[in-house]
Design a protein around this ligand. Structure first.
Ligand code: ADP
Length: 476
């Protein structure tokens, strides 16, 4: 139903339903207790009428014992005992009606026959007894009271109408039938008002949240009380917004940096093409130079695109490494070999000292890339030597790559693993690089590769005497 779509209506409905159930149970219980106690009182009063009739009759009988006149004793009794609303019949042992209270307006109008019939119902027992009956209009309670006087048995039938009790119970029932719905009505209004008041901050939050989108992710929800549930919800939501904002900003920066990095080689290629197309009568050498520049810039673009693609896959969290059983020492030796010629060309010696086999379940392609990035960086900066050492310590391989370059300025060291971060902002190509001038993505990718293998990449030391990077890879 539409009305139950709102939480406050649902809450109010549940609240009222529970209250209605409780009131109904309490009402029924109270009514049953009232009824029982009223009927108990009536029965006690009936028994008292019987007992006091017997006692008084016996006293009068003893007073007139000389004459042994029962009917005189009974009529004296009638003068002493009040029978308002009680109709009393006295029968002899032979079930002959000896006496009855006179029928006044206020008394129940009960015929002798009715009394006689009840007498017949009860006389099988010598014990006092109680029962109830009704005629067309009224309900009665009847009390049977046998007693002995002067050696003979007498039977008393006392009949009492229950209309007063009925009227009283009816009043209680009517009052309840009025009070309960009124209470429920008031409760539902009160409940709805309270629910509305409690949910108001949520409604406000949801309205505010609905207006938050990519361009105003910096906006925050108001927090009235940080200690209560709503305050905590708003705080959690604000924290989420802050995280979203951060990653959104990161993405934006990433996109801006990526396009910036690509723009340079693209404009170089375009510029070269335009120049060679407009200039007429160029010789082959000139064309070759242009094409060589275009080829280099295209390679640079390819590298940046490949790096971006790797990072995008890394960010998606869905990257599954292609694991195989490899030897880290072999991969390292291969990589060093690839750099030797270039090192020699620039008078940089590359030493690689290894301590036996280093077996590992790893992604061979990615590990090659990790070592290539690090050695390439070292070669770009080394003055005369690069030293690579490997060992195993505390269940992990430690691969240390050291160069005697000028080091990374202290204030920049915290940023070198950031994407697109370069210490030297110029994009001039470096002839000491095997992979070409980078876009500041190499270390970010290397760090990710180490972490993908549950390892770490750390800048262990960097000062004017040189730079040391350490790769940690758990053996299992
Ligand atoms: P790139 O791919 O452009 O080389 P990296 O992410 O690999 O970028 O490196 C980030 C920055 O850290 C670069 O600007 C580089 O100059 C600097 N850097 C990395 N390794 C070394 C090193 N061994 N010595 C000095 N500077 C280094």
């Amino acid at each position: 139903m539409k009305i139950f779509k709102s939480a406050r209506s649902r809450l109010t409905f549940l609240y009222v339903a529970v209250l209605a159930l409780i009131l109904a149970i309490l009402g029924i219980l109270a009514f049953v207790i009232f009824t029982t106690s009223i009927y108990d009182q009536t029965d006690r009063a009936l028994s008292e009428v019987g007992t006091s009739f017997e006692t008084t009759a016996r006293r009068h009988f003893e007073d007139v014992q000389e004459k042994k006149n029962v009917s005189e004793a009974l009529s004296h009794t009638a003068e002493d005992v009040s029978f308002k609303n009680y109709k009393v019949f006295v029968f002899s042992q032979t079930r002959k009606l000896l006496w009855q209270t006179r029928t006044l307006e206020a008394e129940p109008n009960i015929s002798n026959d009715t009394a006689q019939r009840w007498l017949n119902e009860f006389t099988s027992s010598e014990e006092a007894n109680l029962d109830g009956f009704s005629n067309d209009r009224e309900i009665f309670r009847v009390h049977y009271h046998p007693f002995k006087m002067g050696g003979s048995s007498y039977y008393l039938i006392v009949i009492h109408p229950l209309d007063e009790q009925k009227a009283y119970l009816r009043q209680i029932r009517n009052a309840m039938l009025l009070i309960v719905p009124v209470a429920l009505l008031l409760t539902s209004f009160g409940g709805y008002f309270l629910a509305q008041k409690s949910f108001a901050p949520i409604a406000e939050m949801s309205e505010k949240a609905a207006h938050i989108h990519s361009s105003n992710l910096y906006e925050r929800l108001p927090i009235e009380n940080e200690e209560d549930e709503l305050g905590r919800l708003a705080k959690t939501f604000n924290d989420l917004l802050a995280r979203l904002n951060r990653s959104f900003e990161q993405q934006k920066r990433f996109m801006a940096d990526a396009s910036h990095e690509l723009r340079t080689p693209v404009s170089i290629v375009r510029g070269e093409a335009e120049v060679s197309l407009t200039k007429k009568d160029r010789d082959v050498i000139e064309y070759q130079e242009t094409i060589a520049i275009m080829q280099k810039e295209s390679e640079r673009m390819s590298r940046i695109i490949e790096d971006l693609f790797t990072l995008a896959r890394a960010d998606s969290g869905e990257f599954v490494p292609t694991l195989s059983s490899i030897f880290v020492d072999d991969i390292l030796a291969d990589t060093v070999r690839a750099f030797r010629t270039l090192g020699k060309k620039h008078d940089v010696s590359i030493s690689n000292s290894q301590n036996g086999d280093m077996p590992l379940e790893a992604d061979e392609f990615l590990l090659r890339r990790l070592f290539t990035n690090l050695i390439d960086n070292s070669l770009k900066h080394a003055r005369s030597k690069i030293k690579i050492e490997s060992s195993m310590k505390d269940g992990q391989y430690e691969i240390r790559i050291y160069d005697d370059g000028p080091g990374i300025p202290h204030e920049k060291q915290d940023h070198i693993f950031e994407r697109f971060y370069r210490v030297d902002k110029s994009r001039s190509s470096n002839s000491k690089s095997l992979v070409g001038s980078g876009a500041g993505l190499g270390l970010a990718i290397s760090k990710w590769i180490a972490e993908l293998h549950n390892g770490r990449l750390k800048l262990s030391k960097s000062d004017s005497s040189g730079t040391l990077f350490t790769v940690y890879l758990p053996t299992k």
